[in-house]
Design a protein around this ligand. Structure first.
Ligand code: DGL
Length: 277
């Protein structure tokens, strides 16, 4: 694969767009193909074997697009399937950064919360990454079952999401955390609600920037950085293209705010056929 081959970035739905934003900030010359599995979101409450099957299908789609790298912009798939998938696909493959390093740097009282999907929390990956660096830290993992479905339903504001946030964040508040890692790429979309509930003293760690930095480091290491000044952005989804387009234009307007002309495409994962808007 040449330097100007695309980077594939994928998630169970719309959450991985928060990673796309950071990749475009850091690597504006790269062509991006985003795949959000809006037909089957959420993943986090599904059995691990089913999630791994979906991940395999998405990476097979990226193979057909000749990507030079794929970024797993989903903590759930990163926790469950990254190591195995690295052995099965020929392109560079990285996952979401676990945020442990940043959290340990910013936390003063060493009480760190992790919020994520059930599957990610059950994997214990964030807690063990933090404890491996500093065993004296207290980690408070919290599964937030309703966050992804509500965000996918475009409920980024209002009572429903606020009540869910209050319920999930209460134990973290009681335990006096001063730092919370977003262990799910959807959660930066409700950053303001979480900040409002926890207060400005609590640091919120979104590891998307570290993920983009790792992508840049790996591409540079392999001498595979794009030679272009400006890349193209294809935003592909498996269902609900109008919802995906409305959400994207409202939450992260790649065209207006970032100057990237993004196309919206519907992908059929059975035969990889594409319908463009
Ligand atoms: N954005 C995905 C993550 O980071 C959400 C997974 C889901 O669909 O539950 O885990």
């Amino acid at each position: 694969m040449g330097n100007n081959a695309p980077i594939g970035i994928f998630d169970s739905g719309l959450g991985g767009l928060t990673v796309v934003r950071e990749v475009l900030n850091l690597l504006p010359g790269e062509d991006i193909i985003y795949f959000g599995d809006t037909a089957r979101t959420p993943y986090g409450s599904r059995p691990p074997a089913e999630i791994l099957g979906f991940m395999h299908e998405i990476l097979t789609f990226f193979s057909t697009q000749n990507v030079k790298m794929a970024i797993t912009a989903c903590n759930t798939m990163t926790a469950l399937g990254l190591e195995q998938a690295k052995k099965e696909f020929p392109f560079l493959l990285i996952g979401v950064n676990n945020g442990a390093e940043v959290a340990l740097r910013v936390s003063k009282n060493k009480h760190i919360g992790v919020i994520a999907t059930e599957a990610t929390i059950n994997s214990g990956k964030h807690a063990s990454a933090i404890m491996a660096r500093d065993p004296a830290v207290s980690v408070y993992p919290q599964a937030c079952r309703q966050f992804v479905p509500l965000i996918e339903q475009e409920k980024l504001h209002g009572l429903e999401i606020e009540n869910a946030a209050r319920e999930y964040l209460a134990p973290l508040h009681e335990n006096g955390v001063d730092t919370i890692i977003f262990g799910c790429t959807h959660y930066p979309f409700i950053n303001d609600i979480i900040k409002e509930i926890m207060g400005t003293e609590v640091a919120l760690v979104d590891p998307a920037r570290e993920t983009a930095a790792q992508a840049r480091t790996e591409l540079a290491h392999q001498d595979k950085l794009s030679t272009r000044a400006r890349g193209r952005v294809r935003l592909c989804f498996s269902a609900d293209l109008s919802r995906a387009e409305r959400f994207t234009n409202c939450a992260i307007n790649f065209s207006r705010e970032m100057g990237f002309a993004a196309s919206f495409e519907l992908i059929n994962l059975q035969d990889y056929s594409v319908t463009k808007v």
